[in-house]
Design a protein around this ligand. Sequence first.
Ligand SMILES: [Zn+2]
Length: 126
Amino acid sequence: MHELGITQNVLSIVLKEAAKVGASRITKVSLKVGEWSTVEPDCVQFYFDILARGTIAEDAEVFVERIPVAYTCENCGNEHIPPVSTFACPKCSSPKGKLIAGRELFVDSIEVENANSGASKSNGGE
Ligand SMILES: [Zn+2]
């Protein structure tokens, strides 16, 4: 259910970015989603298709790249991917760690078309 709100966010971000470069159409939206994020990529595309109707992002493809979970040990600073059952550091077996990646969702990049010059970036003309 929360994919709806997230997708609304994503859409407003990409529309803003596209406006900045004077894009006439958004063709592709790349998202990065942490492996521990509860977001379902299929849901995001589903909502995106609905929400983007009538905007320049209509028919854009949504690509979702998963980011692996990463932990950093607060004891020795070792970065590791924790096993699901335990967060113990494989190096010093300290249970104290900080999640540094894996729950995020952000817009990585967008591909746009410009009315005048195809897929290039804006030249600032009006
Ligand atoms: Zn450690």
